[in-house]
Ligand binder design. Structure first.
Ligand SMILES: [Fe+2]
Length: 286
């Protein structure tokens, strides 16, 4: 039903011929979900969403939206809707953010490998990122396939990892780059525990569930768990498992946070305007 053109040998595809703003037929929505189970990252070109249309589509596609974001904890949402996360280089007044802008410094940690909303329970399922303004310089996003990362582990390593639980905290990942929330902000972001290895219900495949937010392994000494998590992130982000997305205006990229990690790549955001809007759905049983 869907016309999917693979973008990588392991995952990620471009879907052609669909206007998501008009996608209401349950059969089309089901076909996109099935393609998500297969590819984990889907790219749709030329999708000129308004903010309201993006929220409507995300809700129609997958239900409840994530609102307990780091920007909500900072009180820095310029859209009046916490379900719309501002992935951009501008401030509330539309001007470019300066080097020391606090919101800018917080979202710099998007350049660490992570999966969205792993620090809440239920965690994030799909993220939908819409490109409004794309700079003339490259400002790419990389995705890593965590199912392939799992498949590539030795069987005895897979056995050792199965059943482990991980504490995820955005306070931890921000602190890793030297950004600290005030105590009252951190109190709104308490963190969450999730399994290290997840079985994806749509495909039956298993995936490593890692992120910069992954702080430590429950019931293990913190350094023992943290060094294992760092080793696993290094394994999971080797070149063979990565698709690099080059943004065009009006792109809408959907990824499965249970099956992938991603990171933004550096560009001079104090000189170049870039405006993306993210909506993330929550992993609630359908
Ligand atoms: Fe992200």
């Amino acid at each position: 039903m869907l016309n999917c053109k693979p973008l990588h040998s392991l995952f990620a595809a471009e879907v052609v011929g669909v206007d998501l703003r008009q996608a209401r037929d349950p059969a089309i929505l089901a076909a996109i979900r099935a393609a998500m189970d297969q590819y984990a990252v889907l790219v749709f070109r030329d999708q000129p969403f308004t903010d309201d249309e993006q929220v409507d589509f995300a809700t129609r596609f997958d239900g409840k939206l994530h609102t307990q974001t780091s920007l909500s904890a900072l009180g820095a949402n310029r859209f009046g809707n916490e379900a719309l996360t501002d992935i951009s280089s501008v401030k509330a007044n539309g001007e470019l953010a300066e080097l020391a802008d606090r919101r800018r410094l917080s979202i710099l940690s998007n350049r660490l490998w992570h999966t969205d909303a792993s620090f809440v329970d239920p965690a994030g399922r799909y993220s939908l990122l819409s490109a409004k303004v794309v700079p003339e310089v490259r400002a790419d996003t990389e995705f890593a396939d965590m199912r392939s990362a799992w498949d590539a582990l030795e069987p005895d390593e897979q056995t050792r990892l199965s059943g482990l639980r991980v504490f995820h905290s955005i306070v931890h990942s921000r602190h890793a780059i030297g950004f600290d929330f005030a105590p009252e902000e951190a109190a709104r972001l308490p963190g969450a525990v999730h399994p290290l290895v997840r079985t994806l219900p749509g495909s039956g495949r298993r995936a490593l569930y890692l992120a910069s937010h992954a702080s430590h392994i429950v019931d293990w000494p913190v350094p023992e768990g943290r060094i294992l998590l760092l080793d696993l992130i290094e394994h999971a982000t080797q070149h063979a498992f990565i698709y690099r997305h080059i943004w065009q205006p009006r792109d809408l990229v959907i990824w499965d946070n249970r099956a992938t990690m991603h990171r933004g790549r550096p560009f001079d955001d104090t000189r170049h305007r870039r405006e993306l809007r993210r909506t993330t759905t929550l992993d609630i049983a359908r």
